[in-house]
Each structure stands twice: as C-alpha cells, then as structure tokens.
Design a protein around this ligand. Structure first.
Ligand code: NAD
Length: 295
C-alpha cells in the first residue's frame, strides 16, 4: 500500500484515482470542483484542502490536468506541489501536454519526475486498461510501475524527460492522418459506386490496412464496435484530437521537423471544430469530408 497524492479528478483523473483505491492504496486528492472531491471521498479517498496538501507526505504524487499551463502552475507555482512533496517522493504527470513544458517542469521539480500521458480514453480509465507512455529516470519508472499498473494495462518507458509526451504526440499525429485518409477513401469509394464492405474487405487485407480502418472504421457496418455505428458518439472527441495535433505541431516547430501531413490534419480538425463538432468522435470527420465533395 502506498500513500498517493492525486490532483485533477476530472473525467480521466476521477476513475484513475478510484482504481488506485481499489488496488488498496491510500489516495489523498484535490480538484477545484467540489463534486469531484466529493466523488473521491465517496469512493474511500481523502479530500485535501489544496494541491499542496494532497502532495505533502505522499510517496507518489500524480497530476491529471487539462494543459501545460495548469501543470506548470500546479507543480512550480506559488505554493506548488513540487515544493510541498516529501523527500524521496516520485512525481508523475499523466496530463497530455507539450514536450517543452514537460521537460521544464521535470527540470525544476527537485524530485524524480515522470511524464506519463495515457491513451485509452475515459473507458480505459474506468476499466484500468490505459496505456502509459512514460518519460523520465529509470529508478523513478521502476518505483512507479506498480502504481501505473493499477491504472493501466500497458506501460512503455520511452526515454528521458518529455519522451512520454513526444511518443503520444507522434502516435496521435499518425492516427489522425490515418483516420483522415481512410475516411477520404470511403468517400471516394461512395462516389465510385464501391460499397463500404467491399473496400473494407480489400483494404483490411491489403496494404491500405490500419488501426483506423480495422478497429475504428469511420463508416457503420464493417466494424460494429466503432463510433460510426452510434452516430459518432465518442470514443475520442475531435476536440482532444485537435489538441494533440496542436501539441505535435508545437513540438515539430521547436524541433525543426517537417510534418506537412500533420499540419494539414490539424487544419482539417480545426475546421471540423468550427462546424461545432468538437464533442463528436474524431472519426466523424468523414461527415465533413463528404460535405466538401462536389456534386
Ligand atoms: P477534465 O477537464 O475532465 O479534468 C481536469 C480536471 O482538472 C478538472 O476536474 C479540473 O477541475 C481540474 N483542475 C484544473 N486545474 C486544477 C488545479 N489547479 N488544481 C486542481 N484541479 C484542477 O479533463 P480530462 O478529460 O480528465 O483530461 C485530463 C488530461 O488527460 C488532459 O490533459 C487530456 O488531454 C488528457 N486525456 C484525456 C482523455 C479523454 O478521453 N478525456 C484521453 C487521454 C488523455
């Protein structure tokens, strides 16, 4: 049993903290939203009065916050959690943020720190089946493995500080481009009189194959569990995909990498969001592509 501080008990952090409790750990949590704190207490956790209180005395201190500015302020700001954390504590940020901020916070924390963003969404958070992409020192990763395993099924140690965020940005840029081109192919097939099932049967066994096609197919029918079969209810919301693509573009600009398809994917998802579709599943972008077609 470990003593864990957990700050950011929203859609992801709430169920993640509950899985730590289920695994027998003691969790003291904090969130700005009183209902989130009450839910933690109802699940057997302890509600702290501040982020610093949640951090103090804990062996592992975890954040699951919206964006880089929240993470920097929570750890390094006035009354920040890094200063409040006990000697020997391992700090873990599970938020999805930019690589540069992840590295800056790890360098300024004064404790061993891991960036450990996740994939798997709210369903994975509930089920404890998240994938963690982790950056940071070997010893901290080894110490944190049982804690992360209580919230996830797959852990990958990607390298030093920021490597977890880098892996997530690269992966999601690939996913977005795969999804858009798969959706484009279905729209083209419709225009050519080819059925969805026929394209799926060929491409899923051929070189056009991808996760976006075979697990998350953007048209209803071929993969019954994909969000296309439930009117593009997420799943993985388009707004979150646009956020991750923005982080990938920031990272590319800073690192001097050329990612024209990643930039175009971001532009298309921004347009989808402007249509008011931020809450739809990201595979719903096929509807926008269909609407853009001539004739
Ligand atoms: P959310 O908005 O539901 O939760 C964030 C929580 O942080 C809120 O409850 C908010 O009150 C709290 N918060 C903000 N500032 C705070 C502060 N200073 N102190 C204490 N609490 C504070 O967001 P979410 O969906 O849980 O996402 C969290 C992170 O996980 C994001 O970085 C997101 O990109 C990432 N993520 C989300 C998903 C998903 O499917 N929702 C999937 C993978 C990764």
């Amino acid at each position: 049993m470990a003593r864990i501080g957990f700050v950011g008990l929203g859609n992801m952090g709430g169920p993640m903290a509950r899985n730590l409790l289920k695994a027998g750990h003691q969790v003291m949590g904090f969130d700005l939203v009183p209902e989130a704190l009450a839910a933690l207490a109802a699940a057997g956790g302890i509600a702290a009065a501040s982020a610093a209180e949640a951090a103090s005395g804990a062996e592992f201190v975890i954040t699951m916050l919206p964006a880089g500015r929240h993470v920097r302020e929570a750890w390094l700001g006035t009354g920040g959690m890094a200063a409040a954390s006990a000697p020997g504590a391992v700090l873990i940020d599970c938020s999805t943020i930019d690589v540069a901020t992840a590295r800056e916070v790890a360098a300024g924390a004064g404790h061993p720190m891991l960036d450990a963003p996740v994939s798997g969404g709210t369903m994975g958070a509930e089920a404890g089946t998240l994938t963690f992409m982790v950056g940071g020192p070997d010893e901290a990763y080894a110490a944190a493995t049982p804690i992360l395993s209580a919230m996830g099924r797959t852990l990958v140690h990607c390298g030093g500080a920021g490597a977890g965020q880098a892996a997530k940005a690269c992966n999601n840029m690939m996913l977005a481009a795969n999804m858009i081109i798969t959706a484009e192919a279905f729209v083209l097939a419709e225009k050519l009189g080819l059925t969805h099932q026929a394209l799926f049967d060929v491409a899923s066994k051929s070189s056009g194959q991808s996760w976006a096609l075979t697990t998350y197919c953007p048209v209803p029918g071929p993969v019954p569990s994909s969000p296309a079969n439930r009117d593009y209810k997420p799943g993985f919301a388009a707004a979150l995909m646009a956020k991750d693509l923005g982080l990938a573009q920031e990272a590319a600009a800073t690192a001097g990498a050329v990612t024209p398809l990643g930039a175009e994917a971001l532009a298309l998802y921004r347009r989808f969001l402007e249509d008011g579709k931020g809450d739809a599943d990201f595979s719903g972008i096929i509807q926008m592509l269909r609407g853009m077609a001539k004739g």
